[in-house]
Design a protein around this ligand. Sequence first.
Ligand SMILES: C[C@](O)(CO)[C@H](O)COP(=O)(O)OP(=O)(O)OC[C@H]1O[C@@H](n2ccc(N)nc2=O)[C@H](O)[C@@H]1O
Ligand SMILES: Nc1ncnc2c1ncn2[C@@H]1O[C@H](COP(=O)(O)OP(=O)(O)OP(=O)(O)O)[C@@H](O)[C@H]1O
Length: 277
Amino acid sequence: MTVEAFAPAKINLTLHVTGRRADGYHLLDSLVVFADAGDRLICAPAEGLSLMVTGPRAGGVPTDGRNLVLQAAALFDGPGVAITLEKNLPAAAGIGGGSSDAAATLRALAALLRRPLPAAEAVLALGADVPVCLCPRPVRMRGVGEVISAAPEMPRMGLVLVNPGVEVPTPVVFGALAEKTNPPMPDLPGWNTAADLAGWLKVQRNDLESPARLHAPVIGDVLEALAATPGCLLARMSGSGATCFGIYGTQAAAQNAAQRLHGRWWVQACAPYSEAG
Ligand SMILES: C[C@](O)(CO)[C@H](O)COP(=O)(O)OP(=O)(O)OC[C@H]1O[C@@H](n2ccc(N)nc2=O)[C@H](O)[C@@H]1O
Ligand SMILES: Nc1ncnc2c1ncn2[C@@H]1O[C@H](COP(=O)(O)OP(=O)(O)OP(=O)(O)O)[C@@H](O)[C@H]1O
């Protein structure tokens, strides 16, 4: 039996940094959605544990124990499984590539080996973004990433992701954040249209945008380019960057914007993705 799993891109529509724990990790309040663009995993029974990384964004991705896929697989105590990871998302990009791969590995191996998912603490130890990636659907994420509650359904909309090809290390961005204690989000209201959602998001924030732009000023160019595309309702950075997203009223508008942006950067038109269950 072979098990396949989809590892969707994670998008932080908001990212409020509300405090800092004694161990240095930051407390967050974030509206997270997933995209129907992502990496793919194929897991097949084998003698030992192995990983092969393929796909257009495989370059530079570690294939040894540094890869979060192997770290996630190791939680199943030396499973016999050959894993192929098709890498479509840019790495170190603020869209949870490694975290989503790790979460997809956990889902796939639990199914393949007929075993329960590892304990919550072990999942969180893989990375703060791994718990949220375990059930890809719209959620509000708090704590350091482990406190997850359902968010209202997303309205119909189109999305465009743009990554300028500059890797932005997450610890560097958190380290450069000047004010660590900022207001959380208010209660989530629910949105009927993409314009409703964008209007609400405009008065929310990504607190990591300013520190990320210090490290990678090109983020400012990406935001400007996205905002200038026809029909763009909101342009913002995701996670710790450098990937930015644009929100559009329709898929067609997102496709059109992506076509205009193609050329110098990684550009992907997509739609919100929500896993049933
Ligand atoms: C910025 C986000 O992408 C928002 O979704 C995540 O919080 C980052 O999640 P991640 O990449 O899985 O993070 P980890 O691999 O656990 O941590 C990388 C580094 O980011 C910083 N970090 C991460 C998460 C968090 N809540 N506070 C932090 O300060 C820490 O310096 C940590 O050493
Ligand atoms: N499966 C993987 N795919 C990509 N990078 C990986 C993977 N496993 C480990 N890495 C390493 O993790 C680093 C961070 O990559 P990742 O794509 O997880 O980005 P990220 O910006 O931390 O995501 P986010 O902050 O949104 O969670 C990379 O530089 C890479 O060396």
